[in-house]
Write a protein that binds this ligand. Structure first.
Ligand SMILES: Nc1ncnc2c1ncn2[C@@H]1O[C@H](COP(=O)(O)OP(=O)(O)OP(=O)(O)O)[C@@H](O)[C@H]1O
Ligand SMILES: [Mg+2]
Length: 290
């Protein structure tokens, strides 16, 4: 089959072609190809270590692929000459760790990057941020500092912050897996609303009920490859591959306790660069916006 790469279609928002990623001798992604279309919600599921986070991190170039090409809205982020920061402004990112600035209020967390990176004026940035805080159900908590908010509320601020960059698409990596169970629902409900509003979303999740309800397409990964993908009723409801069935049996087993949370070493390895990428501004040295 001959295919034009990239397709040239603006609705093909994320195009991934033959993506490989190795860490040292270990090949973690072994040739991933997929296209995420405008308004599509794609949930990526699979066992721990299958490469889900690495895939997402390659999409925004937090990891440099070993081989393959990735296009965001037909701009190649893997091109050596690409303006990666500019392409990243099109993608909102929400990770397991919320990475909010602890010394800034919820409102300031949502306005700092629009002001510094998008050069919006303060009033416009605050208006937009307020609308996004309203959207995540925290319209009255703009003055709160992260430490004064629950984990679920902080994650919702992180979503509002990502939305305040007016992204064309959103990437989520297990946004609820660090949360106490009673706080998960509110975050999923915000994500459900976002999906309904037509946002393009690529979501790594172990929340099978959410994937089944909200996803247009589910990708099951194992061992660095896409084993199967399709509508949730097929992939989760009637999986064709034994590996998918085994995985689902395990995660859908009510006695199963694995939350999918990564280990501490992993989190430390990734926290700093995720923080930089999600906020579009350096976390280390700056004064609060006034
Ligand atoms: N920066 C890194 N350096 C070395 N190895 C890494 C790095 N990042 C990931 N890996 C390894 O790559 C493999 C895939 O990791 P990845 O985090 O993508 O898996 P995952 O599917 O997201 O798993 P989980 O469900 O536990 O989050 C793992 O074996 C992991 O240890
Ligand atoms: Mg992961």
């Amino acid at each position: 089959m001959t295919q034009t790469i990239p397709t040239g279609n603006r609705d093909d928002e994320i195009q991934i072609y033959d993506l490989h990623k190795s860490f040292g001798q270990i090949e973690v992604l072994k040739g991933i190809s997929t296209i995420v279309r405008r308004g599509e919600v794609v949930c990526v599921i699979g066992p721990s270590g299958s490469g889900k986070s690495t895939l997402l991190r390659c999409v925004n170039l937090l990891e440099q692929p070993t081989q393959g090409r990735i296009f965001i809205l037909n701009d190649e982020i893997t091109d050596l000459d690409a303006d990666v920061d500019e392409i990243r402004t099109k993608m909102g990112m929400v990770f397991q760790q919320f990475n909010l600035f602890p010394h800034l209020t919820a409102m300031q967390n949502c306005t700092i990057a629009p002001i510094r990176v998008l050069k919006k004026d303060k009033a416009e940035a605050e208006g937009n941020a307020q609308a996004n805080l309203d959207k995540v159900g925290l319209g009255d908590r703009g003055d709160a500092y992260p430490a004064q908010l629950s984990g679920g509320q902080q994650q919702r601020v992180a979503i509002a912050r990502a939305l305040s960059m007016d992204p064309e698409l959103m990437l989520f990596d297990e946004p609820t897996s660090a949360l106490d169970p009673e706080l998960v629902g509110d975050v999923l409900s915000v994500m459900r609303d976002l999906a309904k509003s037509g946002m393009t979303m690529m979501v790594v999740t172990h929340e099978m009920a959410f994937a089944r309800e909200v996803a247009d397409r589910v990708i099951f990964m194992d061992g660095g490859v896409i084993v199967e993908e399709g509508p949730p009723d097929e992939v989760i409801g009637n999986p064709q591959h034994e590996r998918t069935r085994t995985f689902l049996r395990r995660v859908l087993d009510p006695t199963h306790v694995d939350t999918g949370a990564e280990d501490e070493a992993y989190q430390q390895r990734h926290a700093a660069d995720e923080s930089k990428a999600t906020q579009g501004v350096d976390t280390s040295a700056h004064s609060p916006e006034r």
